[in-house]
Design a binder for this molecule. Structure first.
Ligand code: ZN
Length: 206
């Protein structure tokens, strides 16, 4: 959204804000003007938070979740059950699962889900570190979303690890059709997790 005489710095900010998901040109303009009206201290803190976001937040090299060093706190926690691995699509899904604190195992974030339409194949998912963790005696809980792509991803993982000796299960249908984990309350999510079914049984129920 360009206006003649608009300061370059303001136009630049509007442009940057407009690249965020769900932010159109009008909203970007409103946000930029709001920033301008705030006390200078607010803006300094925001700039510092942005710099910190870039510097300090990374992803765990083992499980793909949010981390501040090489490994995340969940992987480093010795009281958690390494024999239970809950596979989710995005690191943010782990935060949602953890909100209710009902799960005592570990996680793996795929950083996406298979989507032929968007050209997302297995090569785009974080699988190599998961391959090393799926060993006999482990239960792999597939907690991808109840969307078409989420289901396809669960099928793909079940096939990929079929011969690994790991037990494979799928979270229960407490997750509604088309359901993204982020829209679920933690009780529904924990019920879906607690009532998970072994993969072969899950398939025969369909
Ligand atoms: Zn981790």
């Amino acid at each position: 959204m360009h206006f003649p005489g608009m300061p370059v710095a303001l136009a630049r900010m509007v442009e940057m804000l407009g690249t965020l998901p769900g932010i159109g040109p009008k909203t970007a303009m409103r946000l930029a003007l709001n920033l301008l009206e705030r006390p200078a201290e607010d803006l300094k803190q925001m700039a510092a938070a942005l710099a910190e976001l870039q510097d300090k937040v990374t992803f765990c090299e083992r499980c793909g979740c949010f981390a501040e060093q090489g490994h995340c706190q969940i992987c480093d926690n010795v009281r958690r059950d390494t024999k239970l691995i809950c596979v989710v699509e995005q690191p943010v899904d782990v935060l949602i699962m953890e909100r209710g604190q009902g799960f005592a195992g570990k996680y793996h974030a795929l950083h996406g889900r298979l989507s032929p339409v968007d050209g997302i194949g297995p090569d785009k998912l974080w699988l190599s570190s998961l391959d090393k963790r799926v060993v006999p005696g482990v239960e792999l809980i597939l907690a991808t979303s109840a969307t078409v792509d989420g289901e396809a991803t669960a099928h793909f993982l079940a096939r990929r690890y079929q011969a690994s000796g790991a037990k494979i299960s799928r979270i229960a249908r407490g997750v509604p059709e088309g359901g993204e984990l982020e829209y679920l309350d933690e009780h529904t999510l924990h019920r879906a997790l607690a009532q998970r079914v072994i993969w072969e049984q899950a398939e025969s129920l369909r």
